[in-house]
Write a protein that binds this ligand. Structure first.
Ligand SMILES: CCCCCCCC(=O)SCCNC(=O)CCNC(=O)[C@H](O)C(C)(C)COP(=O)(O)OP(=O)(O)OC[C@H]1O[C@@H](n2cnc3c(N)ncnc32)[C@H](O)[C@@H]1OP(=O)(O)O
Length: 144
């Protein structure tokens, strides 16, 4: 779940499942990076801008055990032309708990052609014939 906050910021929660393990009992770093990327990416939806991740710099500060709820907090730090700079933290033990992961990101605004030109034709066709498909696949509600 993601919740829109003051300014252009979001909070989200991600629960680490057994399928997300890297080392036994611990979250894989790539999965945690994905949780950060998804949370940061949802900021662009609030800007109503289509953008893709250009750069994602991740710090892994503490190991994150399976069943942990990662409390994510992301915000836009700057927008310059097509470049959207943002930053996020993931805390454990509660929204005010210690930081386990953090990331700085640069998203680049793209035209919808980016996906039409580069995506696989079958999925592009399916998305074109049912525009709500993407919304359902990425289903999150803002401040439900
Ligand atoms: C609608 C659903 C969206 C869901 C998104 C979910 C998030 C994701 O996982 S996205 C998938 C992962 N990301 C990708 O696949 C992106 C792949 N990369 C690309 O397609 C291209 O490199 C792309 C579009 C980012 C940039 O290419 P292009 O449009 O030619 O822009 P380009 O002119 O090179 O760069 C624009 C500016 O960004 C800067 N920039 C681009 N990439 C980077 C980078 N990695 N690091 C730093 N700066 C960068 C450039 O220096 C340039 O800056 P300036 O305007 O100051 O000169």
């Amino acid at each position: 779940m993601a919740r829109a906050g003051e300014g252009v910021s979001v909070t989200a929660e991600f629960t680490v499942q057994p399928a997300h393990q890297g080392a036994p009992g611990l979250a894989h770093g790539g999965v945690l990076a994905t949780a950060l990327d998804e949370t940061l990416g949802s900021l662009n939806w609030l800007l109503r801008t289509i953008a893709v991740t250009g750069r994602l710099e991740t710090d892994f500060v503490r190991p994150v055990p399976v069943d942990t709820v990662l409390h994510l907090d992301a915000r836009i730090t700057a927008v310059h032309g097509r470049k959207i700079y943002s930053t996020a933290t993931g805390r454990i033990g509660g929204p005010e708990g210690p930081v386990a992961v953090r990331a700085d990101a640069l998203f680049i605004e793209v035209k919808v052609d980016h996906f039409i030109d580069n995506g696989r034709p079958a999925e592009i066709q399916a998305a074109m014939s049912d525009p709500d498909q993407v919304r359902r696949a990425r289903a999150f509600e803002v401040n439900p």
